[in-house]
Design a protein around this ligand. Structure first.
Ligand code: UDP
Length: 456
């Protein structure tokens, strides 16, 4: 049972790894203040994937049962490992789960709801029960403000920051991708911004993208409060230690870590290009390779003929999942060839690893532009018209970054400088957020708290 003076917060992230991780980290950060009791609500398959041993006592996991169907069995109520053609079914099923969520709300009666995209029902259900609902965005403010600006002004006004833009093939790709239409559609992604109660939380910090945080505030006419960077805690398993031992034997900053996140799957052509680029770079590498559910392939067959023999000793392929945070913090890693998922970008800054960016889809293009503008990344050059990769170019960028030449040395210096700034920044901003949350929720409930609630 919760202490009656503790505020009850219900958190419900979208069903993707890249959302669940920062939501859980925010839950832990809130729980540390001892002012909140957190109900963390998600589908059984996602809750089962959470390591419950180290979970603070004031976080309770709450099951959100979505309707199962032959097309979408309950073990697929997550985007992780979901066959590509079922993503829109999952979005739709979640979008229709409002009545189930209403029951959860009524049984828990939280003082505050922290919600995410793809939940058009969340703010309405909460506000009809006088519960403040707050949007927590898990991608960067440069990207959110870029897409929101375009949604609001529909091409009538230029985005005020020239560093963030889409290349021709990217703009074409985003309009053509069905998933993107769903995810940047006004009913979903921007619904949260518009319905959020007075404040919007975002997993970033002013040191990384302060001007975009401010611009998002202007666009949304709400306080946009950065609460990041929220970085996931490390995993330690014996499986993981093998790769760490491999890194231990390599020279400092001599390896490139290659990963495309939890949801993007490389095409056969991309696998070949990347393999050849890594070979051409002549650098040590760790490459995480994954295939969609039902399309698992023998790794050897997926790679160019003889590749594994040729790179033996120099490169390792990790199947499915690597202990990314542990790899990035290792001194032998000198660069990260990255798809630009937001969590990966924050991790690269947190661990001070220079990026070689290869954005694939969605918001990754604009995340890449932001890191290049920051000076902490070099982007792999593609064909302007069709976005095709070029192995010589890719190898060159990888080498420049890892070997710190032709500008790569500046990237390294910048990433180290920013890492220091982020680690040394105080918690004043977060304290302000806590104040605001307490204030919002105590509007509905008189609570005797020691915390100094300041009116703004
Ligand atoms: N991740 C990992 N091992 C992998 C792939 C990903 O630990 O093999 C983690 C990574 O550290 C990050 C998250 O999964 O925290 C991926 O989130 P991101 O936003 O970078 O990309 P997404 O998966 O959403 O495309």
């Amino acid at each position: 049972d919760t202490n009656p003076t503790t505020l009850k917060v219900l958190m419900v992230p979208w069903l993707a790894h890249g959302h669940v991780i920062p939501y859980l980290e925010l839950a832990k950060k809130l729980s540390k203040t001892n002012l909140f009791f957190i109900y963390f609500c998600s589908t059984p398959i996602i809750l089962n994937s959470i390591n419950q041993e180290n979970l603070p006592k004031n976080i309770q996991l709450i099951e959100f049962p979505l309707p199962s169907s032959p097309q979408l069995p309950s073990h697929q109520h997550t985007t992780n490992g979901l066959p590509k053609n079922l993503l829109s079914t999952l979005i739709q099923t979640f979008g229709e789960a409002g009545s189930t969520f209403a029951k959860i709300l009524d049984s828990l009666s939280p003082d505050l709801l922290i919600f995410d995209g793809f939940q058009p029902w969340a703010p309405e259900l909460a506000s009809s029960r006088k519960i403040p609902a707050i949007d927590f965005l898990i991608i960067g403010s440069a990207s959110v403000s870029f897409f929101y600006h375009h949604y609001l002004y529909a091409g009538k006004r230029d985005f005020p920051f020239s560093g963030i833009f889409l290349k021709d093939y990217e703009a074409k790709q985003l309009q053509l991708t069905a998933e993107m239409n769903i995810s940047i559609g006004p009913n979903v992604a921007f619904n949260g911004l518009e319905k959020s109660h007075e404040i919007i939380l975002i997993n970033t910090c002013n040191e990384i993208e302060g001007k975009y945080v401010d611009y998002l505030s202007t666009l949304s006419n709400k306080k946009v409060a950065p609460v990041g960077p929220l970085i996931r805690e490390m995993e330690t398993t014996t499986e993981n230690s093998k790769i760490i031992q491999w890194l231990d034997k390599k020279d400092e900053s001599s390896c490139v870590y290659v990963s495309f996140g939890s949801e993007y799957f490389l095409s056969k052509e991309e696998i070949e290009e990347i393999a050849q680029s890594l070979e051409l770079s002549e650098l040590n590498f760790i490459w995480v390779l994954r295939f969609p559910l039902g399309e698992e392939t023998n790794i050897e067959n997926a790679l160019p003929k003889g590749f594994l023999d040729r790179v033996e000793g120099k490169g390792v392929i990790v199947e499915k999942w690597a202990p990314q945070a542990r790899i990035l913090e290792h001194p032998s890693v000198g660069g990260f060839l990255c798809h630009c998922g937001w969590n990966s970008i924050l991790e690269s800054l947190h661990f001070g690893v220079p990026l070689i960016t290869m954005p694939m889809h969605f918001d990754q293009h604009t995340h890449s532009r932001m890191t290049v503008e920051l000076g902490t990344a070099m982007e792999v050059v593609r064909d302007d018209q069709n976005g095709k990769l070029n192995k010589e170019e890719t190898a060159k960028v990888i080498r420049n970054v890892v070997m710190e030449k032709n500008g790569g040395e500046n990237v390294k210096a910048k990433v180290k400088e920013l890492r220091k700034k982020i680690r040394e920044k105080g918690e004043e901003e977060f304290d302000q957020v806590i104040n605001k949350l307490l204030h919002l929720s105590t509007k509905n409930k008189q609570v005797n708290t020691q915390y100094d609630i300041k009116e703004e």
